[in-house]
Design a protein. Structure first.
Length: 175
């Protein structure tokens, strides 16, 4: 069960509804992006893939690297830093056969998009993590719900709202 941690161990009221929903959720996929650890409910993750080539899309919006192929399906490759509103994200060198990007394929029922990541850190069970919600986690449109901490306490990860991430990626990719 996800525990709510706040000042002096008090339960933090904002975010309680989402935390309750998360307590029965899938495990969490913890990954690294731009040096930071993030987590998303594993139900939104389809797979991890190697991105060896990205086809440029003329007039694509900022934040869309282009398209890559996943078993014959064209998927938009999205700059996660843009979705997260990160200022001055580190630039990625173009992918290639010798230096592919690792990509996290996300979506609801079907793969929607892929975004480059550094690596997968772990898969955490919802019963074995602590959760501290952000103060504004109940506000619709907030992407970062709070912070998850693994049972060992060694890794903390910003918990992303998977549904909001999907909505933002749909808008960015034009789907």
């Amino acid at each position: 069960m996800i525990t709510m941690a706040g000042e002096a161990g008090a339960e933090v009221a904002s975010g309680a509804v989402r935390a309750e929903r998360l307590s029965t959720a899938h495990p969490f996929c913890v990954f690294r992006h731009a040096g930071n650890a993030y987590a998303i409910e594993a139900g939104f993750v389809h797979e991890v893939m190697w991105i060896r080539e990205v086809a440029a899309v003329p007039l694509a919006p900022a934040g869309v690297y282009g398209l890559c192929a996943l078993r014959g399906q064209a998927l938009p490759v999205i700059e996660l830093a843009r979705v997260l509103d990160v200022k001055d994200p580190p630039a990625l060198p173009p992918p290639g056969p010798a230096s592919p990007w690792r990509g996290l394929v996300v979506g609801d029922e079907d793969p929607l998009a892929v975004f480059p990541i550094e690596r997968i850190e772990a898969i955490w069970s919802s019963e074995r993590v602590g959760f501290k919600p952000c103060a504004d986690a109940e506000t619709r449109g907030v992407l970062l719900l709070g912070v998850l901490e693994g049972s060992s306490g060694a890794v903390k990860a910003g918990l992303l709202d998977g549904a909001e991430l999907i909505r933002r990626m749909e808008r960015l990719s034009g789907r």
